[in-house]
Design a binder for this molecule. Structure first.
Ligand SMILES: Nc1ncnc2c1ncn2[C@@H]1O[C@H](COP(=O)(O)OP(=O)(O)OP(=O)(O)O)[C@@H](O)[C@H]1O
Length: 259
């Protein structure tokens, strides 16, 4: 990466799908975005606005129909599937709403899983690295528990440890607090934000909850297939603005704003 190149560079990114009727559904209609290492960006949008579609492009899971997506200066569209998969495994960590932990495995085994595909150092030291990461999320003492024995907040912290154990440069969090109560969700977000900052990773949070988005440095509204910069939502006194935005954009204002 050159000094001037952000970690993520999206320019005129478009994604459409062919419907059975033969028509094209234009989901993303020209998305521009730059995210630097250490940034925390939130993307909000109503249901069906294209958030998952965008996340799948950022996570190198799908390919854009048109436009540019550079990761670390590299035009990822040009990479073959196997190279994209390697880049994804080494450089991107995912956190999902439903945690997606393996039920029959302990917290430790879940966190060790990505290290099986890591480099030689990660592979050989996988247990030590996974234990360190579980300590980091405050679950060092619960390493041998299976997910069913952990609370929702603890399961999400295991998922955060699993997402971060390979030290990704980009963390993609898709409704990370969606299955948690407000205070547990806030604690998980604070942890995610702190660990991302410590390791200089970029964090992109996709959410329909403006209170979660308020924890980011910059928020964007995905609407009509394009991104609109809505700045920072964290300043005191934004509760009213959040409520108004929530009403117009079909979003959740968050407890504090609607109170
Ligand atoms: N492969 C596909 N074929 C047909 N339609 C699709 C496809 N992928 C997405 N869509 C449609 O595109 C729109 C955007 O979908 P997407 O899942 O990205 O929205 P979203 O903002 O993530 O929604 P939600 O918040 O409800 O998860 C939706 O109307 C969806 O039905």
């Amino acid at each position: 990466m050159t000094a001037a190149e952000p970690l993520l560079h999206l320019e005129g990114l478009r994604r459409w799908v062919r419907l059975p009727s033969g028509e094209d559904l234009h989901i993303l209609r020209g998305v521009d975005l730059e995210v630097d290492a250490g940034d925390h960006v939130a993307i909000v949008g109503r249901s069906g606005s294209g958030k998952s579609t965008l996340l799948n492009l950022l996570g190198l899971i799908d390919r854009q129909s048109d436009g540019v997506l550079r990761f670390d200066g590299q035009d990822v569209h040009r990479l073959r599937d196997a190279r994209r998969a390697r880049l994804r495994g080494a450089s991107i960590g995912f956190v999902f709403q439903q945690f997606n932990l393996l039920d029959g495995r302990t917290a430790l085994e879940n966190v060790m899983m990505p290290l099986l595909y890591g480099d030689a150092r990660q592979f050989w030291h996988r247990e030590k690295l996974a234990r360190e990461m579980l300590d980091r999320v405050g679950l060092g003492g619960r390493a041998d528990q299976v997910p069913a024995r952990l609370s929702g907040g603890e399961q999400q912290r295991v998922a955060v440890a699993r997402a971060l154990v390979r030290r990704p440069r980009l963390i993609l969090a898709d409704e990370p607090t969606g299955a948690l109560d407000v205070s547990t969700g806030e604690a998980v977000m604070a942890l995610l934000d702190e660990i991302a900052r410590d390791s200089d990773a970029a964090l992109v949070t996709i959410t329909h909850d403006l209170q979660v988005a308020a924890l980011s440095q910059r928020a964007y509204l995905l609407d009509e297939g394009t991104l609109h910069d809505i700045g920072t939502l964290d300043a005191a006194g934004t509760a009213e603005a959040r409520t108004a935005l929530a009403a117009t954009a079909g979003l959740r204002a968050g407890q504090e704003a609607v109170a």
